[in-house]
Design a binder for this molecule. Structure first.
Ligand SMILES: O=C(O)[C@H](O)[C@@H](O)[C@H](O)[C@H](O)COP(=O)(O)O
Length: 262
């Protein structure tokens, strides 16, 4: 048995952003020491905005974000054009990429290939090929190891586009999966598989606001919650998982949270 996931709780968005920055920088610096590149997967939802605040506004203190060493992938993506309002790429671009000051460098970004909008199986396969080309040949690496995955938690306990009760949760072979009936619109998406998510060196969740308190209590305090997608990531990746939450999101949660800093 490993150690449980880390749950960090903050009073304010500024405190959360400062700790998230320290966490991301630590992951970045460790990755750069190991292999001179930082491979990150990002989800959509509220995460890109919080991340941009952490990395672009909180510039005091330790270390520098070396965006020119970043390779950014999408933990999940909606099968829509890259300039569509549902696109996670557009969200990340507008919230963060377009605002990166020139002196921090430009990350390499891996969006979906919109040639395959009408064939999401092919889109997933092609995205997997992108991962293969970056992480090594599929045959020699059982799973790609992201240095960091930064994820959100839906009100039903979903993460990426892995939804509660979905058969996709049982898929162990593909790295990237298509989904055509997502309960959260739009219905057609691709997502990293659960084994790929859980294989990350570090997995960070950001969940804020009172709207999250019911699901946080379920995930951290109940056996059923541990079977939800976010709970499964906690169970499988244990101390490699860190949650960054605000006080309203964990009101009533019994699982011990560390308050105020990393
Ligand atoms: O593309 C998506 O739909 C997201 O990747 C999704 O998994 C999101 O992260 C959660 O729904 C949490 O969203 P919030 O952070 O907005 O609550």
């Amino acid at each position: 048995m490993g150690k449980p996931p880390n749950l960090y709780a903050f009073q304010s968005a500024d405190e959360l952003a400062a700790s998230l920055r320290a966490y991301v920088l630590d992951a970045q610096n460790n990755a750069l020491e190991r292999h001179q590149v930082f491979r990150v997967a990002l989800s959509g939802g509220s995460l890109p905005k919080v991340l941009a605040k952490a990395l672009l506004e909180e510039s005091n203190g330790e270390g520098k974000v070396q965006f020119d060493k970043w390779e950014i992938f999408f933990a999940d993506e909606r099968a829509v054009p890259l300039d569509h309002e549902d696109s996670n790429y557009k969200l990340v671009k507008e919230e963060m990429l377009d605002k990166i000051p020139a002196e921090l460098g430009k990350p390499t970004v891996h969006p979906i290939d919109i040639k395959y909008l009408d064939d999401i199986q092919e889109m997933a396969d092609q995205y997997e090929k992108t991962l293969v080309s970056v992480f090594a040949a599929r045959d020699s690496v059982r799973l790609p190891t992201f240095d960091l995955l930064l994820l959100g938690c839906g009100p039903d306990g979903h993460t990426c586009s892995l939804f509660p009760g979905s058969p996709l949760l049982r898929e162990t072979d593909p790295w990237v999966l298509p989904i055509s009936d997502s309960p959260k619109p739009p219905p057609k998406r691709i997502t990293l598989s659960l084994p790929v998510v859980c294989h990350g060196t570090k997995i960070g969740f950001v969940a804020t606001g009172g709207g999250k308190k019911g699901i946080m209590k379920q995930i951290f305090d109940t056996d059923e919650g541990r079977q939800l997608p976010c709970g499964l990531v906690n169970e499988n990746a244990q101390e490699r998982v860190s949650w960054f939450v605000d006080s309203p999101a964990i009101e009533g949660v019994s699982f011990p949270a560390r308050r105020g800093s990393l």
